[in-house]
Structures are given as C-alpha cells and as structure tokens.
Design a protein around this ligand. Structure first.
Ligand code: COA
Length: 260
C-alpha cells in the first residue's frame, strides 16, 4: 500500500515504518494517524513480518507532537472525539498489537510523539533525542495516553514532574528513568533496533503475542493479569510453535517457528 506520510520497508521479516513529514518535524496529523493504523495493521496481518520498527524521517525528530494546527480551534466535544479516536486507532492499537513494535527515537519525541513511542512495546533512543510532554505549556494535557503510560514507565513522581514542568529530558536521563531501554549514537540506532528485532524473530511469534497480552494485562484495572497469564500460557501448548520449540530443544537444533 502507498502512503503519503509514511515510508514502509520490509527487510528480513522486519517492517520499518518511518513517519515522513520532516518539514513539520513529523508531527502527527489525522492523515498520519490513519496511515499509521493501516500500515501497522498490514504489518500485523502479514505472516512475513515478525517485528516492527517505528521511527521518524531525518535526523532531527522522531515526532514533535500532534499537529497543533489541526486542533487549535477545537471545542470540548471535538477534543473528546480527537482524543478517543486517536487512542483507539493508534495508541491502544499499537500497545495491543500481536507483533512486537520497537520505537527508534531518533530526535525530538514530544507530546503525541512521546505518547506514540510509549505505546510501542519498548523504546531505543539516539544520543541526540529529547523527550517530553509539553502539553501544559499549550494549556492542555496529554490526550493520547501520556498521563497513564508515562507514570507506568517512569513512576508517578517523575511523570508528574515531566508533565507539570513541560520540560524535555535527554536520552541519558530517559535511560536512567527507564523510559528508554538503551541509547546509541544516531548512526547506530537502526542497526541496534534491527539487532533487537533479529533476536525477537528467532522466538515463537505466538508465544510473543501471548507475552504482550499477559504483560499488558498488568496495567488494566479490570483484569487479573495472573489469570490472563494462565490462559495465555495454556494456549501456547496447543500451538505447533510449542511442539516445534520443545522438539528442537530436545533434538539440539534451532527451532523453525511457523507462527501456527
Ligand atoms: N505541530 C505542528 N507543527 C509543528 C509541530 C507540531 N507539534 N512541531 C513542529 N512543527 C512545525 C513548526 O511549526 C515548523 O513549521 P513551519 O516551518 O511551517 O513554521 C516546523 O515544524 C519546524 O519547527 P520549528 O519550531 O521551526 O523547529 P525548531 O527547531 O525551532 O523547534 C521544537 C523544534 C520541537 C522545539 C518546536 O518545533 C516545538 O516546540 N514544537 C512543538 C512541540 C509540542 O508542543 N508538541 C506537543 C504538541 S501537543
């Protein structure tokens, strides 16, 4: 599928989705949100894709936020719709995708940009990356899950500080706070993320999606994560991947998972 605001490449069963609005520092407008939904859905339903890397075009920005020009004149109802639609179509959608998503944060990740990175399953940043939720400086709060996911990742006190001061933190502080898992020089960012994706690729895809569901269950108030784990654990035993994984171990060879 052709996209106007994205570049999509498939390399060795790894889908690389690049947000491509460099003149606007890759800010997320409605079209980009919709295209991201479709690109992620395509990748998730493609048996040839085992991991997804999400990044921004250029060397300056991952995503500098939601496109402020699109919502500056919205009223209360329009704002509620924007937030709800965005969360459903993109942010919750990524978090619950069966295929693992790694955010490669190559520069500014602000507002909706950091919210996008936080919806991914984990994050790697380049040394020049700057991250923040500056919405209160515009008189609003994060509306794409930022108040929830930032607190989950860095803890309540640090989330409160970042949100209330609207200040950016650099990559090294983000790593120290657990917002990103690792930091690399910018020119090594994609290689590093590809090496992570390669490691993921060797493992059973159905087990990986069961793990995503189970870990996510810990963060849902109405769900008992231990029960979800029991059910997902048990389901793995009914898959060809489990038979292949255990047989390969006993036969002292590398498993060749079919994803069935
Ligand atoms: N929405 C819409 N346009 C944006 C944008 C956003 N979130 N972030 C950047 N842009 C646009 C700028 O308006 C500018 O467009 P123009 O050239 O047509 O004027 C272009 O991207 C380049 O940005 P600019 O501000 O000139 O670059 P800079 O290097 O001086 O500053 C930032 C970089 C990231 C500090 C600054 O762009 C910024 O603060 N952006 C908004 C961040 C934000 O508040 N995000 C949360 C939104 S909810």
């Amino acid at each position: 599928m052709q996209f106007k605001t994205l570049l999509v490449q498939l390399e060795n069963k790894i889908s690389i989705i690049t947000i491509d609005r460099p003149k606007k520092l890759n800010a997320l407008n409605r079209e980009t949100i919709s295209e991201l939904h479709h690109a992620l859905k395509d990748a998730d339903t493609n048996h040839n894709v085992r991991a997804i890397i999400l990044t921004g075009h250029g060397q300056k920005a991952f995503v500098a936020g939601a496109d402020i020009s699109e919502f500056s004149d919205f009223d209360v109802q329009q704002a509620a719709q924007l937030s709800r639609e965005g969360q459903t179509l993109l942010f919750d959608f990524i978090e619950t995708l069966s295929t693992p998503v790694i955010a490669a944060i190559n520069g500014f990740a602000l507002g909706g940009g950091l919210e996008l990175a936080m919806a991914a399953h984990f994050r790697i940043a380049s040394t020049n990356a700057l991250m923040g939720l500056p919405e209160v400086s515009l008189g609003v709060i994060p509306g794409y899950g930022g108040t929830q996911r930032l607190a989950q990742l860095v803890g309540k006190g640090r989330a409160m500080e970042m949100i209330m001061t609207a200040q950016m933190i650099d990559a090294s502080k983000a790593e120290q706070w657990g917002l990103v898992n690792a930091v690399t020089p910018q020119e090594e960012l994609m290689t590093y993320c590809m090496s992570m994706a390669e490691k993921i690729k060797r493992n059973g895809p159905l087990a990986i999606s069961a793990a995503i569901k189970s870990v996510n269950a810990n963060f849902k108030n109405d769900t008992n994560g231990y029960d979800v784990e029991i059910s997902e654990f048990a389901k793995c035993f009914g898959t060809a991947d489990f038979k292949e994984g255990t047989t390969a171990f006993l036969e002292k060879r590398r498993a060749n998972f079919s994803g069935e």
